[in-house]
Design a protein around this ligand. Structure first.
Ligand SMILES: Cc1cc2nc3c(=O)[nH]c(=O)nc-3n(C[C@H](O)[C@H](O)[C@H](O)COP(=O)(O)OP(=O)(O)OC[C@H]3O[C@@H](n4cnc5c(N)ncnc54)[C@H](O)[C@@H]3O)c2cc1C
Length: 417
C-alpha cells in the first residue's frame, strides 16, 4: 500500500505523470480539487455553442511539443496558425500606416531578440532594460505582457529568452482542453478532493485531503506556483528556503480571454488578420477573428492591464474587448455578436493566475523546483519545465520528468539519456 504515488492536480502535468507511472504498473492516485480534469487547459463547449479554450489553446513550437504527438494520436483536427500573426495595430481609432506598423513590429522584434544580442547587461536583467523609448516602447511592452502574462519590469529577460521556439503553431477546432480531457479518461482521479496538507517528514508520506488521509511513497505536486505561494496547501515540515525562494521567484502572470460567438456571415467569423488595439498606451487588446476556425472572436488581455480589468469586476474585460471591436470594425459590428464568455484566472482559486514568469534574477528557479526533495516530494507543472514553461506542452513534459525521477529513485526504471 505504501508504495503508491499520489499526484496532486489533474492538469496537463498530473495527467502525464499518472499515465507514465501507470505504464510502469505503479499504483497511482490523483487528487484533484475541481470536478473536471484539465486545470488551466479546459475547453468550454457550452457557453458559446462552439468549443472555446478558456486556458491554453495553441500548441506552441509543435515540432518539439508533446501535445502535438497527443493530437496526432487522438486524430484531432489541426490548424497551422501563422506564427508571425500580428497584421495590424490600431491606436485609438486610427490604424497605423505601413511605416508605423513596420516600426512597431521592428521595435518588438528588437526587444524579443535583445537578450540574445546584449553583452553588457547584468546576468539576469528585467525585460524593460531593453525596452525602446518613445514612440513604440510604451505600446510594445503590452506584447511582452500578452506573451508572458507580466509587464517587462517584472519579467526576467533570461527566462523570457529561454522559451524554445520551433516550427509549428497549432490550434485545434475542438480545443486543446478536449485533448487533455480524453487523455485523462479512465485515470484514477479523485475529483473535488483538494489536498490541504502533506506530511512528508514521515514514511510513508501522509497526504491529507478533503475526504481523508492517504499514504504515499512519493508525492508529485503539480499545483501552480501561485497556489503553492498562497499556502493553502501546507507542508510539514515546511519547505526548505531554497524551494520557497524558487516558488516566490516564479509568480503567475495573467492572461484573460473574452470569447464572443459571431454570426456565420460576419467578417469576424472566418480566421482573419490578427489585430492589436491600443485604446491608450496603457491598454492593449489582441483580437483574433475566427478563433481556431470557429465563428468566434477571441479578445486577449495580459499583464497589469488584465489584472486591473479583473479587479474592476465581471464584464470589464468584455467591455474593453467590445470597445476595441467597435474602434477597429465600426459600431455596427456589435450587430454580429452573440453570447460571450470571459475568464478570470487571477480569481480562480485553484490556479490564481495564468502561467509563471520568472522575476528578474530568478531564471534559475525552474531547475530548483524541478529537482524536488529527496526524490519523494517531487514538483511538476509548467513552472518546472526549463524551455517550454508557461505552456501545456511544458506542463505535460514536466509530469513525465517527475514520474521518471520517481521511477529512477525507486529502481523501477532508469532515466533515459
Ligand atoms: C488564458 C490562458 C491562455 C493560455 N494559453 C496557452 C496556449 O495558447 N498554449 C499553451 O501551451 N499554454 C497556454 N496557457 C498555459 C497553460 O494552460 C498552462 O501552462 C498549463 O495548462 C498548466 O498545466 P499544469 O498541469 O502545470 O497546471 P494546472 O493546469 O494548473 O493543473 C494543476 C491542477 O491542480 C489542481 N489543484 C490546485 N490546487 C489543488 C489542491 N490543493 N489539491 C488538489 N488539486 C489542486 C487544479 O485544479 C489543477 O487542475 C494558457 C493559460 C491561460 C490561463
Amino acid at each position: 500500500m505504501s508504495r503508491q504515488v499520489v499526484i496532486i492536480g489533474a492538469g496537463a502535468a498530473g495527467i502525464a505523470a499518472a499515465r507514465r507511472l501507470l505504464a510502469e504498473r505503479v499504483n497511482v492516485h490523483v487528487m484533484e480539487a475541481e470536478a473536471i480534469p484539465g486545470g488551466r487547459c479546459i475547453t468550454d463547449t457550452t457557453s458559446l455553442g462552439h468549443p472555446f479554450d478558456r486556458g491554453g489553446s495553441w500548441i506552441h513550437s509543435a515540432a518539439i511539443n508533446p501535445m502535438a504527438e497527443l493530437a496526432r494520436q487522438q486524430g484531432a483536427e489541426i490548424i497551422e496558425d501563422d506564427p508571425g500573426a500580428l497584421r495590424a495595430v490600431v491606436r485609438g481609432h486610427a490604424r497605423l500606416n505601413d511605416d508605423e506598423f513596420k516600426a512597431y513590429v521592428s521595435a518588438w522584434r528588437g526587444l524579443a531578440d535583445s537578450r540574445a544580442h546584449a553583452t553588457t547587461a547584468t546576468i539576469d536583467p528585467a525585460m524593460d532594460t531593453f525596452l525602446p523609448g518613445e514612440p513604440w516602447g510604451p505600446y510594445i511592452r503590452h506584447v511582452v505582457a500578452l506573451l508572458s502574462g507580466v509587464d517587462p519590469a517584472v519579467c526576467s529577460a533570461e527566462d523570457f529568452s529561454r522559451f524554445e521556439r520551433a516550427p509549428g503553431e497549432w490550434l485545434l477546432p475542438e480545443g486543446q482542453g478536449s485533448l487533455l480531457a480524453a487523455a485523462a479518461d479512465s485515470l484514477p482521479i479523485a475529483f473535488e478532493n483538494p489536498v490541504h496538507r502533506i506530511d512528508y517528514g514521515s514514511d510513508p508520506i501522509q497526504v491529507h485531503t478533503r475526504r481523508g488521509t492517504i499514504e504515499a511513497a512519493a508525492v508529485i505536486v503539480t499545483v501552480s506556483t501561485a497556489v503553492l505561494a498562497a499556502g493553502t496547501l501546507a507542508f510539514d515540515p515546511g519547505l526548505p528556503a531554497s524551494l520557497r525562494d524558487a516558488i516566490d521567484g516564479l509568480p503567475l502572470g495573467l492572461l484573460n480571454k473574452v470569447g464572443i460567438a459571431v454570426r456565420a456571415d460576419s467578417p469576424l467569423a472566418a480566421p482573419g488578420p490578427v489585430l492589436m488595439h491600443h485604446a491608450s498606451a496603457d491598454e492593449a487588446v489582441m483580437i483574433r477573428p475566427g478563433f481556431a476556425n470557429q465563428p468566434v472572436v477571441c479578445g486577449l488581455v495580459g499583464g497589469s492591464f488584465a489584472d486591473a480589468l479583473e479587479r474592476q469586476g465581471p464584464g470589464a474585460a468584455t467591455a474593453a474587448c467590445l470597445e476595441s471591436l467597435r474602434a477597429v470594425y465600426g459600431g455596427a459590428i456589435t450587430r454580429d455578436l452573440g453570447p460571450s464568455v470571459e475568464t478570470t484566472w487571477r480569481s480562480h482559486p485553484w490556479s490564481l493566475g495564468a502561467y509563471s514568469a520568472a522575476l528578474p534574477g530568478h531564471s534559475g528557479a525552474r531547475d530548483v523546483l524541478a529537482a524536488g526533495l529527496d526524490q519523494r516530494l517531487l514538483f511538476a507543472g509548467e513552472a518546472t519545465d526549463p524551455t517550454l514553461f508557461s505552456s501545456v506542452g511544458g506542463a505535460w513534459r514536466s509530469g513525465i520528468r517527475a514520474a521518471e525521477q520517481y521511477l529512477a529513485a525507486s529502481g523501477q526504471r532508469s532515466i533515459p539519456a
